[in-house]
Design a protein around this ligand. Sequence first.
Ligand code: SAM
Length: 345
Amino acid sequence: MAGEELYPRKILQYMEGFLVSKTLFCACELGVFEQLHESPHPLSVSELAPALGCSEDGTERLLNACVSLELLNANTDPSGTVLYSNTEMSSVFLTKSSPTSLYNSIEYSSRTIYLCWHYLNDAVREGKNQYEKAFGVNSKDLFEALYRSDEEMVKFMHLMNSIWNICGRDVVTAFDLSPFKCVCDLGGCSGALAKQCVSAYPESTVTIFDLPKVVRTSQQHFVSPQDERIAFCEGDFFKDELPQADLYILARILHDWTDQRSVELLAKIYHSCRPGGGVLLVEALLYEDNSGPLTAQLYSLNMLVQTEGRERKASDYSRLLNTAGFTQVQIHNTGKIYDAILALK
Ligand code: SAM
């Protein structure tokens, strides 16, 4: 704060951070970006409010906050009426139909993660997730709790899906994976990363291994039969035999689990993996000195509130991989949210 008057700018900004999140959630959920996207011309508050089924006063405040957040443009026409339109960033990331839409992630953040974070104090005190308090469900089986209804499961799958359209290419090309022709994406969910993988490596095939109801939903709603190089296998990776593969992908899997369960899974993979084959971990890595990145630290708190796991450092993953038998661990920081670690058998 040297040279600045004593003013708690950062603290105020952090205190009010949730107001910004809620403004974004609200504008998405009420359909602001969608309405503006569908309109052939910019809209005034008096046109937009009835279309959204909202009060004019409330809508005007929301729109103006979105303008300040650079999510909307506002221009005044010759008659003095303010006309609103989406910014380019909102068109690309906030409209439902955009291939890089974050709409579903935002909806999941608003309706699930935000509710869990209400119990962050309890999560920190107790050192465990807060499904019981947030949703009244037992979390003994983590994914039974996460998938407490089919609707919740589909929402979660959309959440998982969206990020790989934005940074999936970076993680699958972090290393040259072309020597691995037969790939198994364990916990491959909606198949978004599998699609990135087959697109980056024309000679590879990817089998998505996941819980039966996830596989069925992925086949019905996310992966088309035309994606001929993507296959499916239903199962429980802790209990069932794993498909044979040259490379196993574990993207955002180990961060759900304790060290003990992670080693259990990695050892199982090691056993199924062909000699010379490998495992690719995709996770948000913490710095070795624990000084950041902030996103990974916040994700680690989110793992506390929502899962049995945590975000880890590269050295933590190396240790888990070595314990399971893997060697030649290589780390690649992508500079985006998710990083990649490759290890060989
Ligand atoms: N890999 C995907 C991604 O990065 O988008 C999804 C990650 S998600 C956090 C965890 C995935 O593991 C979910 O698809 C979930 O259904 C799957 N999963 C959880 N427990 C599993 C189990 N015991 N056997 C197989 N899949 C499981």
